[in-house]
Every structure is written in C-alpha cells, then in structure tokens.
Design a binder for this molecule. Structure first.
Ligand code: ZN
Length: 411
C-alpha cells in the first residue's frame, strides 16, 4: 500500500528568507490571478482557444523576460500556481466547486515547491530553492520519500508542510466493531456506542477576547501601524483556536480509526447547510439567527475536516470508511426507523413518537448512521465507499483531494 502523509513543521526563516517567501506568495498570487483573468477573457471570446496549462506556462516564461522581479522568486512555485488554477477549473467543470475566484492578499498565504529533487531535508533544517537552508523544528521523524513542500504563513508564523510517500505493508484487516459517527451540533463527535469526543471549542471567554481584539481593529485608522498590530492579535488568536481544534480532532480520529473495522459517516454538505440560511432578498431565509448560531458551532469543529481525516486514516488501520445518505438521520428513530421531525424534541433529546424510545439525540443519530452503513435501513448500500469490497462509488481519496470531495458530499 502506498501511504501518503504530510508533516507540518514550524520553520524559522531569516529576514531575507522571510522576505523572499513573502515575495513568492505575492508573485504566485499575481500569476494565478493573471492566468485566471486570461482564462475568463478567453471564455467570453467568440472562438475560444482553450488555454492549456502548458500554454500558460509558456506565457509565464515570456512574462518573466519582461518583468524583472518575477525572476527573483523560485520558478516552480509559479508554475504550481498555474497548475492549481487548472485544477480549480477541473473541479469547476466536474461540478465539485464554484468558478475559480481571484486570490486575495491575506488569504491562504502559501506556495508549493513541487519538485522533490530540489528539496533537501536534514536534521533541523530544510533546503528550499533560492532560499537556501531554512531552520526547522522537526518534532517528529519523517518517514518516506519527500514529494513536495508547501511553505505557508499563518498569523505571522512560518510553516512547511512536507508531503511524503512510502510503500508500507498492507495493514491487517481491522476486526474491530462497526461504528456510526455523528458529527453534530450539540457534541462535535458522537459514536453509536455512546462515546463522545468533546473537541475544545472556543469558550465564551475566548470569544469575548476575540471580539474585543476585533473591536480594536475597527477603532483604528485604516493603514495605520496600530491597526496592523491589532489585526495580528486577531489572527494569532484565531490561529491558536484552529491549532487546538485540529490537534484534538487528530487524536479523536486516530482513536476511532484504530479501534473500528468499519466507520460510517454522513456524506454531509457543509456548504449548503451553512450558506443558505440568510437566503436572498426575494426569498429571505427563515430562523436566520438560530441557524447562524448553528453555523458557528458547526464551523468551530469543521466536520468536513474530521471526515477527511477519517477518510485517510481508516485505511492505515485496516479499517474502512463508509459515507451514507445524510437525509433525516437526526429525525430517524434508531430503534424502529420511524422518521418524524417531532421526535427530536430538543437539540439534545430524542423521543420517538412511534415507539417511545428516549435517547440522546446525537447518539440516536450516530446509531441511525451506523444502521444505514450496515445496509439495514433505507440507506442505499450502493453508496458505500472507501473499500473495493464495498460496491458503488469509490470515495477513498488522497487527503488533499478528500478535502474537496468530502466537503462537497457525494454529489
Ligand atoms: Zn422509534
């Protein structure tokens, strides 16, 4: 089995190196946006030529002849930016994503070195083209062959994410029990056996701290140094919350994948659930404020990320992941299978209107999900995924891809 894995380490570039990284991020953004602009214009022409990846890379070479500062930054990350754009177009044409949008400053500040031949990893340092040796804190050993490296800046800190690949023995079939996983509202992760993983959420106190930091941004003059400082404070707080959640999610998903032979999750479409509450001017949404609150807790724990983690970790532990139809799992009785919205009497309580079952709402949902995975209810077993043993659509994908397909659900 070819095992792909990514390691993320903190790096400490010198001022010159950090400056180069910042420029590279900017140049990648520029190239991405220019190419997107070209593609969009091309699309509106009467006889579109269909700009190819190779064609746009040639264009980049021409551009570099004229623009001096594009020659200062490493070349491959710029090409990678064009590749990213073409991947975004593929995702769009295949219905997985919206039309590619322009990259904006301050969003997703990263770039990738795609050529492993140019990357050298030694103890406590990494060699990156044009930057040279960069100090790195390697908190765990890297196993496998380096495939690429992505440098990113998050709230002023620098990180490198190293993707590796290695051939490992096929793990023994996991004979653990099957489990249904509810990625929920009241509790982030609830298992059908009643286990609850409480991911650290942002506490009320922390939310207030964040709010006050955001307020001080609003009070300060645009473009001022103090405003920049306040913005950094907000970014650092948010990055801290995100790190904490991700760490807890990693621990929880490893435990789940390790101890179960089959993991059943909902193929949930987060985007639809979170985007539509407000509705449009013609059709205003209902219960906007409640749903906004729901969105906040949903986004707190990012179910899509948890699902993506399970998707790649399950095969590592000989387990398999099944995604089932998410419709009405929260309203279905896990005992008699009756679907009734009235059964869910509150966010946390489920009382079946048919058989009188009283259960925690999340546990009940997790059991319904498990039952669908086992194919005993209305859930179509053809939707099973993640293993060649199961029929139907295969959803087992590499982590990077999984993020997309899992987030989008099974459309
Ligand atoms: Zn019932």
């Amino acid at each position: 089995m070819l095992r792909q894995q990514a390691y993320r380490f903190r790096i400490y570039p010198s001022n010159t190196q950090a400056d180069l990284f910042r420029r590279t991020i900017g140049c990648c953004r520029l190239v991405y946006n220019l190419c997107l602009d070209q593609k969009t214009l091309e699309h509106h022409r009467s006889a579109p030529r269909r700009l190819s990846y190779a064609g746009q890379c040639d264009g980049l070479t021409e551009l570099k002849r004229e623009v001096e500062w594009l020659r200062v930054v490493p070349h491959h990350p710029l090409q990678q930016a064009i590749r990213d754009l073409h991947r975004a177009f593929t995702n769009f044409f295949e219905g997985r994503a919206r039309y590619p949008s322009f990259r904006r400053k301050g969003e997703n500040e990263s770039f990738r070195y795609p050529d492993p031949k140019q990357i050298k990893l030694e103890e406590e340092r990494i060699f990156l083209p044009k930057a040279g040796w960069v100090k790195l804190v390697q908190h765990r050993p890297v196993e496998g062959d380096v495939k690429n490296a992505t440098v990113s800046m998050i709230a002023g800190d620098w990180f490198v994410s190293i993707q590796v690949e290695q051939e490992v023995a096929e793990p023994a079939l996991n004979h653990g029990p099957a489990v249904g996983v509810d990625l929920g509202v009241e509790q982030p992760i609830t298992l059908s056996d009643g286990t609850v993983f409480a991911l650290p959420r942002v506490s009320l106190h922390e939310r207030r701290r964040l709010a006050s930091a955001q307020q001080s941004v609003a009070r300060r003059r645009k473009g001022s140094k103090n405003r920049a400082k306040a913005l950094r404070r907000v970014a650092r707080l948010q990055a801290k919350f995100a790190r904490r959640r991700r760490d807890a999610a990693h621990k929880a998903t490893t435990i789940i994948a390790k101890n179960h032979g089959m993991v059943v999750v909902e193929a949930l479409k987060v985007r639809n659930m979170t985007a539509s509450a407000r509705g449009s001017a013609e059709e205003p949404g209902s219960k906007v404020s409640q749903k906004a609150g729901l969105n906040r807790s949903l986004l707190d724990i990012a179910p899509g990320k948890i699902r993506a983690m399970l998707a790649y970790k399950a095969p590592w532990h000989g387990s398999r992941l099944i995604a089932v139809d998410p419709a009405y799992t929260s309203q279905e009785c896990s005992s008699c299978r009756t679907v009734d919205a009235k059964s869910r009497i509150s966010r946390s309580q489920f009382v079946c209107t048919n058989c009188g079952l009283i259960e925690n709402a999340d546990v009940n949902a997790a059991r319904s999900i498990l039952a669908r995975g086992l194919g005993t209810t209305g859930g179509r077993p053809g939707m099973a995924c993640g293993s060649s043993r199961a029929g139907g659509r295969k959803q087992e994908v590499a982590p990077a891809k999984a993020r997309n397909s899992v987030l989008q659900g099974r459309e």
